[in-house]
Write a new protein. Structure first.
Lengths: 234, 405
């Protein structure tokens, strides 16, 4: 629906083809999270959260609408937010200055979890190009590493990235911190035992199943490497 | 009705007075008391803040213990991976003051950046990553000092969830048992910038670089003072106690002129997912709502912040904006780097400024630091490494300040 044809009265009709039961089930999944009651207490509609929200300045995004839709259990609006809005949130939690004690950013996190668990297309689109980060965090326990600073990925960071990429090895050796020196594939040197404990956490908490929903190929690769490590150690 | 109206003059008078909150009237219970109750019931261990520590005031007027010594450095992946001078400066400061510390290899990141970016995890997994790290610190006998603002905020929120949800505690304990680790939560969750804050007068005592001609804008990190706001340091003498005192108090102690600007409360635009795969938002926000506003209203010599994402975003977003003739060009440093620089740390061996994107040369020149000479020294280091004469820089190479009193 374009801006020109959008109308509040048509809100809730954008996903009319999706069964009410499906929308309800996804909502109930969000609502059943143990954190949900801590994140939502109602809404004064004061808009303080919106005034503080960086995403509201650049996107058609409103933490107030999220709090309202969930508080009213407006299933249709909830589904629209789930499909269209949640990936615009910057997760800065500026919105928690809410006088009612709401945490709209936290609600977004819960909704994102559900979107990922169900492998929703919008979640997969939002995470396009993100797989190499998931690979790093799951295997190394670090979000970023020096070897990810490549000119092709960060052209807008200027010629500095190219210069760094050329000198990465020497520059990393020229860091006096023992755990960082000469490490390029992770942020710091981590014990193998520590990483095995991390892998155990991923398996024991169902986190790997979440990865499977996002990228099945990546999931298989990660499982193979992790299981090999865990078996070798046992 | 009119009897209840407060005259404008009185309102102004009240506003001019520093905020001194009464902890007895705090809107939320003290989570630490609940932690000790859980410990008394045998549910978990509370790791006590070791002596010596300094007591500071937090948002609701409560006191918080910030340890000085015996520190377990919970490093930040974004700092160590992309801004290593951030971490190096923290540890350099520790070494200058003879602090007994551990730089662990038995540590993972909090994985919170990924969680806030992609949600490809869940509450129990996130709690376990935190508790595994806390147990690792506890096993060494040292106290965790959290380097990353997101780790600090994420851990505060996770701690709250752990305390309030028995079902989460039970799930966490089951996996920790499998790992052979105890369920430990520190008495206080402490950010490195709080350590810098309580050390600021000792840092100023050893200041060798005069910074009185420098104007700085402060960008406070959202995940430091917005998530579980009651843990952040507030001081009636800084911003009248209405904003967090961390970073600003350090700069003032160093004689720097801290200039205010109207978007102080705004986030930097990092966005977690955005900075990695959707940087149009990040660049726009960082430039239009932060850097240009600072430039127009305060024209600072530098921006100082205290978190991984903020340094990355504010520093790296300026290059593309410059190509569009936006009003940018403000070097971005972490408070630890400023503190180390004030004490004479080498700009490249310690601050590692060559990892920063926005031009820092005018700042060093204004401070009277001959950066060309120090860059030549660093290039010599690199050449020696390339020639295989030394495997890399060590603390011995970096320890010595470039200036002495």
């Amino acid at each position: 629906m374009s801006v020109a044809t959008w109308s509040p009265t048509k809100a809730g009709q954008r996903y009319a083809d999706v069964a009410e039961e499906t929308k309800r089930q996804l909502f109930e999944e969000v609502k059943s999270d143990p954190r949900y009651p801590d994140f939502l207490y109602g809404c004064y509609e004061c808009g303080i959260c919106v005034s503080a929200c960086p995403s509201a300045r650049f996107y058609d995004f409103s933490p107030r609408v999220i709090a309202q839709a969930l508080a009213r259990e407006d299933i249709d609006r909830f589904y629209e937010i789930l499909m269209e809005d949640i990936w615009n949130c910057a997760q800065c939690f500026s919105c928690v200055r809410c006088p009612r004690g709401n945490n709209p950013g936290g609600l977004v996190t819960l909704m994102r979890e559900v979107a990922v668990r169900h492998g929703l297309e919008q979640a997969q689109q939002a995470l396009q190009g993100y797989s190499r980060v998931i690979y790093k965090i799951m295997l190394k326990g670090n979000q970023v590493s020096p070897d990810m600073l490549q000119p092709d990925f960060f052209p807008d960071w200027g010629p500095w990235v190219r210069e760094f990429s050329r000198n990465m090895s020497a520059w990393r050796k020229a860091i006096p911190v023992d755990t960082l020196r000469n490490v390029t594939d992770a942020a710091w040197r981590t014990d193998e035992k520590t990483l095995r404990e991390l892998y155990t956490i991923w398996f024991e908490t169902g986190n790997m199943e979440v990865i499977r929903e996002v990228d099945e190929g990546l999931y298989e690769l990660l499982v193979e490497i992790m299981e090999e490590e865990l078996e070798a150690a046992s | 009705m009119s009897e209840k109206l407060i005259p404008l003059a009185e309102l102004r008078e009240r506003k001019a007075q520093p905020v001194r909150p009464n902890p007895e009237e705090a809107p939320r219970p003290d989570l630490r008391e609940e932690l000790f109750e859980l410990e008394a019931r045998g549910e978990l261990i509370v790791q006590r803040v070791p002596e010596p520590y300094v007591e500071v005031t937090t948002k609701f007027g409560r006191t918080k213990k910030v340890p000085i010594d015996h520190l377990w450095h919970h490093k930040s992946c974004g700092q160590c991976g992309h801004i290593p001078g951030y971490t190096t400066s923290i540890l350099w400061l520790n070494r200058q003051f003879g602090i007994d510390y551990v730089d662990p290899t038995d540590q993972t990141s909090c994985t919170g950046w990924n969680y806030y970016a992609s949600a490809t995890s869940n509450a129990v997994a996130q709690l376990l990553v935190m508790c595994r790290n806390f147990a690792a610190a506890y096993e060494t006998g040292y106290y965790p000092l959290i380097h990353c603002g997101t780790s600090y905020g994420h851990y505060k929120e996770l701690r709250e969830q752990l305390v309030h949800h028995k079902e989460l505690r039970d799930q966490v304990r089951r996996v920790l048992d499998k790992l052979g680790k105890p369920l430990v939560v520190p008495e206080e969750i402490v950010h490195y910038s709080e350590w810098v804050h309580v050390m600021r007068h000792r840092i100023a005592e050893r200041q060798v670089v005069d910074m009185r001609n420098i104007t700085a804008c402060v960008h406070p990190a959202c995940h430091y003072y917005k998530i579980v706001a009651e843990d952040a340091i507030y001081d009636p003498d800084i911003y009248g106690g209405q904003r967090t005192a961390t970073v600003t108090a350090l700069l003032q102690a160093l004689g720097i002129n801290v200039a205010d600007y109207s978007t102080w409360f705004d986030c930097c635009g990092f966005g977690f997912r955005h900075i990695l795969v959707q940087r149009d938002f990040t660049r726009s926000f960082a430039v239009l709502r932060k850097i240009e506003v600072m430039k127009d209203e305060a024209n600072p010599d530098m921006t100082v912040t205290h978190d991984t994402g903020c340094v990355t975003t504010l520093d790296k977003s300026q290059f593309a904006a410059k190509a569009h003739q936006r009003r940018v060009g403000v070097p971005v440093l972490a408070d630890s780097q400023v503190a180390a620089l004030a004490m004479g740390a080498h700009p490249f061996r310690v601050l590692q400024l060559h990892w920063h994107s926005t031009d820092w040369r005018p700042l060093l020149e204004k401070l009277g630091i001959d950066w060309q000479r120090h860059w030549a020294e660093f290039e010599e280091d690199l050449a020696a490494i390339e020639r295989g004469e030394k495997p890399g820089l060590t603390w011995e190479d970096a320890e010595q300040p470039i200036l002495t009193r």
